[in-house]
Design a binder for this molecule. Sequence first.
Ligand SMILES: *Cc1c(COP(=O)(O)O)cnc(C)c1O
Length: 405
Amino acid sequence: MSKSYLESTPDENGFFGKFGGSFIPPVLEQPFADITQAYKELKDSPEFIKELKYVRKHYQGRPTPISFAKNLTELCGGAKIYLKREDLNHTGAHKLNHCMAEVILAKHLGKTKVIAETGAGQHGVALATAAAYFGLECEIHMGEVDIAKEHPNVVRMKILGANVIPATHGLKTLKEAVDSAFDSYVPQADKAIYCIGSVVGPHPFPMMVRDFQSVVGHEAKEQFFEHENNLPDAVVACVGGGSNAMGIFAGFIDDKEVELHGVEPMGRGEKLGEHAATLTYGEEGVMHGFNSIMLKDENGEPAPVYSIGSGIDYPSVGPEHAYLQSIGRTTVGLCNDEEAVDAFYKLSQLEGIIPALESAHAVGYAMKLAKTLGKDKTILINLSGRGDKDIDFVVDNYPIPNAKF
Ligand SMILES: *Cc1c(COP(=O)(O)O)cnc(C)c1O
């Protein structure tokens, strides 16, 4: 029997086709080789699997359910819309799926500290939570602009015992937070591990984070059968780095009849700097230690990016997404700020679920897609997180619609 997609991709060196790999300074080669080795040992170890299963079930709240969005489906008048409820994870997003596992790996390597970047603060909160649970020190780098915008998450990280370090250069958002975290990690690599927040970065992170997130897709496949006794016709997820999307795609990737849609943020418009639609407008390039598709400025440097969703405004994208797009396995969709805010309020007022602004991009796109499909079709959205972190920002900038739709 031929190997499944997940078993055979990426290759030994972390390449998904020509994308991925590891482009790192020599001082980091050994630490990354150690991480790769530790992951190889752990992933098939019964104790590791048992520990991860235990924390997922008894601490994180897995499995998360799938909900039928009846009223949203009626509003759109087409395909039936279902939601995989990653918003119900402890800490409010899918991020804890890989953070708990990364911290177990850190412990296995004898590290005493975890370091990471964060955009909206979700990864920072999730990692600070995992570090608190397992008793490790935690250092989180965050752009100054995001610190101002995502105040509640900054406070949460501090309460959880993390040290929050502002990234003060450039646009002061996610890309700069990654730069800052890398710089801080290099001299501390003997006692610390860099816990990347998505399916990005040098090998083995894109593979490892995907594998840790694949629990979402494997659960979803089984649960969707309970609802429909069938596979979904389309699976939709927002793509920043691409971890929640790869997590849910992983459950369906060998089922060729299931369309996989990754949704990128179109922000305020098509002009460079006004969006973060990397797969749509980008070109091949190396950034943050891996080869993928990236948005470049006129000098070939990472371009400024923007989205209302702080967790998805990144000028590169996970290499596996670049690969899957290149072989035609995935479809790349778009959702702009306005459509995301509309979806944010519609899901809140019609379904009683306040989504994260990032997840609202998947919902906004799925609403457009549903309208083009017949009532016999089904769409499964990965609702990557809840919107509590975004409520002040949204109501201050976009008035609450009080008319019923
Ligand atoms: C971080 C985050 C994202 C973006 O990260 P991916 O790696 O692209 O999944 C999306 N949704 C939520 C709620 C997040 O916190």
